[in-house]
Design a binder for this molecule. Structure first.
Ligand code: IPE
Ligand code: IPE
Ligand code: MG
Length: 248
């Protein structure tokens, strides 16, 4: 039986989040510059998005650029922004054909003007698509997301709209960039690193983590299927005991 056929479609994660890591090392192994690695990472994005949509996964979040990534050499940063711009422009039609909605989380206003503009156009064009949401985390920081949510809530308290005691899980959720998006059940990180790197801090509270040694440009559908199968073999206990879970 193929990996894909082994997947239990009734137990699919609704939301998969991915830290796409290892482009630089993939390029270095080939004696090329880092941008060569990023360029080759685009086909993995395409493969993963198509693979998830085909299975019936409803949300795919991809960590594409962190707030910390601004600290990289300027040529790499401008190269990444340029790649992002070109990729969005080239792929909008594929998103439309596949009925995929493009969304973003992070501070998009701080991206170069033309990149932010194209992103907005692509988001508008795909806004009515219903098969899957592809959410790009761009200029994203999990801590910054919690900070901006806290500020907005504090303003509401100050304005007398709510009392401090009204603040709960749901209210915080509703003020994050991810408002309305269910938390990921599965988080994948490529390249062998085992850390969150300021990705979805709040939203990953009960997420299953899957780490693979593969560099992002080598991540393909089979890798995706393997991650989902591993997820399906896990027991999600949410604080309860095995006996309680099995008795349900
Ligand atoms: C991930 O690959 C892509 C981005 C962070 C934009 P890296 O560029 O981090 O690759 P490594 O980790 O240096 O190999
Ligand atoms: C995390 O990867 C950010 C993205 C994949 C966009 P990094 O390569 O920047 O993370 P660290 O610095 O190794 O933790
Ligand atoms: Mg990295």
């Amino acid at each position: 039986m193929s990996l894909k056929e082994s997947i239990d479609l009734s137990k699919l994660p609704n939301h998969v989040a991915i830290i796409m890591d290892g482009n630089g090392r993939w390029a270095k192994e080939r004696g090329k510059n880092r941008l060569f690695g990023h360029t080759n990472g685009v086909k993995s994005v395409r493969e993963t998005a198509e693979g998830c949509a085909e299975l019936g996964i409803k949300y795919l979040t991809l960590y594409a650029f962190s707030t910390e990534n601004w600290n990289r050499p300027i040529l790499e940063v401008t190269g990444l922004m340029d790649l992002l711009l070109r990729t969005i422009m080239a792929e909008v039609k594929t998103l439309q054909d596949n009925n995929i909605r493009l969304r973003t989380i992070g501070d998009i206003d701080a991206l170069p003007g033309n990149t932010a503009r194209e992103l907005r156009v692509a988001m508008e064009q795909t806004a009515g698509n219903t098969r899957m949401d592809m959410i790009l985390a761009l200029n994203y920081s999990g801590k910054a997301d919690i900070v901006q949510a806290t500020r907005t809530i504090a303003e509401d308290v100050k304005a007398g709209k709510i009392r401090p005691g009204d603040i709960n899980d749901k209210m915080v959720n509703d003020h994050l960039y991810t408002a309305g998006i269910p938390d990921p059940e599965l988080m994948i990180r490529t390249s062998g690193e085992q850390r969150i790197s300021n990705f979805l801090l709040w939203q990953l509270a009960y997420t299953e983590f899957y780490f693979t040694e593969k560099f992002w440009p080598d991540f393909d559908r089979e890798e995706l299927y393997q991650a989902i199968l591993t997820y399906q073999a896990r027991e999600r206990r949410f604080g309860k005991t095995t006996e309680q879970i099995q008795g349900q």
